[in-house]
Design a protein around this ligand. Sequence first.
Ligand code: SF4
Length: 145
Amino acid sequence: MRERFWENYSLGELNAREWEALCDGCGQCCLMREKDGGEVTVYGIACDLLDIERSRCSDYANRLSREPNCHQLTPANIGSYDWLPDSCTYRRIHRGEPLPAWHPLLTSSRQRMRRKGITVCSYALPRRQVPRRKLSQHIIARWRM
Ligand code: SF4
């Protein structure tokens, strides 16, 4: 990867490795959410493919075929992902913001992210463990876009 590529190149100029390395691995995009009109509701319930302890997809290469609700972020479509968390590194770079001080590309670890509660590992539950009638007990955020 090129030195400080996130500062020196636009998202569209990144190679595949650099693009993947930008993901901070928070796992927040793997949480269940519902969009109703202009309102977004986020649940503390993770996609069954998410390895919650690591906050990483357990089958990243095949995720799009296995999970119909999964998304493939690209430089061209990142601007339309307004439901992703503000902390999402792709969104931050797209908005012209710097890498956050806790990002693994700067710290070489995810310990700071964990301590700050940015990764979902401390609270997310696997979707298969939560019956649909109990979903409302697991709402963690709701906002208007
Ligand atoms: S929200 Fe953004 S930075 Fe966090 S895991 Fe998803 S794509 Fe990566």
